[in-house]
Ligand binder design. Structure first.
Ligand code: GLN
Length: 276
C-alpha cells in the first residue's frame, strides 16, 4: 500500500523514464482523473493510503501514457475555448493554436451562416455556435467516425448543428457567409518525424496534407468560393511556414482582403480572405 504522494511521485518518475515530456503534469492529470480530487484535497489527503482499486486503475493509465498514448485519449477529453470535448482516436485532438482561428471568426460571425470544413471533433463549429450567435451552423467531414464524435460533442453542449458526411464540398449545397477550416496540412514526408503521440495515435487522415501539405487549401479555396456569398469570408488554419503559399492560393482563386494572423507563440497560424 502506498500513499497518494508516493503514488504520484512513482508515476512521475516512471513517465520521465519513458521520455514523456511533461511527466509531472501528466501524472497529476491522470491522478485527478482516477481519484477525482483537486489540488486542495490532494494536499489534505496526500499522506493517506490510497484504495487498492484506484491505485491499480491509476497504474493502468500511467502505463498507457508511458507508451506515448496521448493523455487526452486516455482521459477521453480535451478542453478547447473553455469547453470540454470528447475525443477518440478517430479525431484530431483540439489544439490551443486553433483558438486563434475561432477567435478570428467570432469577430465577424454574428447572425451569419458558417460551414466548418473537416470538422473532426467539431471543436471549431461547436465553439462558434456556443459563443457566436450564428444563424446556421454546419460541420463537414469525410470520416463517419469523426462525425459521430462531433455529434456527441454538439449534444453535450446542447447545440443545434447539422453534420454532413462529404468529401470536401462534394455533397454541399447552397452558399454560406463564412467557410472555416483547419484541414490536414502536414506534408506526407514529414508525418514520420512527428512525435509518437501524434504519429501513432492521431488519425493520419486528419494530418496528411499530401506531398507539399497544401492540397486541401487548393481544393477548399477552389470549391469553397462557389459556396460563399459575395464578400463572404474564408478562414483557414495553416502550418506556421505556409502563410505565403496559402495567401497565393487564395489570391489565385480571386479572394481579396487577405490577412495573416499569428498564434500565441508568434507563429503564422491563420490566413483569411473575402470572396470578391
Ligand atoms: N477541425 C478539427 C480541429 O481543428 C479537425 C482538424 C483536422 O482534422 N485536420 O480540431
Amino acid at each position: 500500500m502506498s500513499t497518494l504522494r508516493e503514488i504520484l511521485r512513482t508515476a512521475e518518475n516512471y513517465l520521465k523514464q519513458h521520455a514523456i515530456a511533461d511527466a509531472d503534469v501528466d501524472a497529476w492529470y491522470l491522478l485527478v482523473h482516477v481519484f477525482g480530487i483537486n489540488r486542495a484535497e490532494f494536499y489534505l489527503h496526500r499522506e493517506e493510503e490510497a484504495s487498492k482499486i484506484q491505485e491499480e486503475a491509476y497504474w493502468t493509465l500511467v502505463e498507457q501514457r508511458a507508451k506515448h498514448i496521448p493523455l487526452q485519449l486516455i482521459t477521453g477529453t480535451q478542453e478547447f475555448m473553455g469547453l470540454e470535448f470528447a475525443v477518440t482516436s478517430d479525431v484530431l485532438i483540439p489544439r490551443q493554436d486553433t483558438e486563434v482561428l475561432v477567435e478570428g471568426v467570432l469577430k465577424v460571425c454574428s447572425q451569419k451562416s458558417v460551414l466548418d470544413m473537416c470538422t473532426g471533433s467539431g471543436c471549431i463549429i461547436i465553439s462558434l455556435s456556443k459563443y457566436g450567435n450564428l444563424s446556421k451552423a454546419v460541420g463537414v467531414d469525410l470520416s463517419e467516425k469523426a462525425l459521430k464524435v462531433a455529434e456527441i460533442n454538439a449534444v453535450k453542449h446542447n447545440l443545434n448543428i447539422e453534420f454532413i458526411k462529404s468529401n470536401l464540398f462534394e455533397k454541399i449545397e447552397g452558399v454560406y457567409d463564412i467557410v472555416v477550416s483547419n484541414p490536414p496540412y502536414i506534408p506526407s514526408g514529414e508525418i514520420q518525424s512527428l512525435m509518437p503521440e501524434v504519429r501513432d495515435h492521431e488519425p493520419i487522415m486528419a494530418l496528411d496534407g499530401d506531398l507539399d501539405g497544401l492540397a486541401f487549401y487548393r481544393k477548399i479555396a477552389k470549391e469553397g468560393k462557389d459556396h460563399l456569398i459575395k464578400n463572404g469570408y474564408i478562414f483557414l488554419e495553416i502550418g506556421c511556414n505556409q502563410a505565403q503559399d496559402v495567401k497565393e492560393i487564395l489570391q489565385k482563386e480571386g479572394f481579396c482582403d487577405i490577412k495573416i494572423k499569428k498564434d500565441l507563440s508568434g507563429l503564422d497560424r491563420v490566413v483569411s480572405g473575402r470572396r470578391f
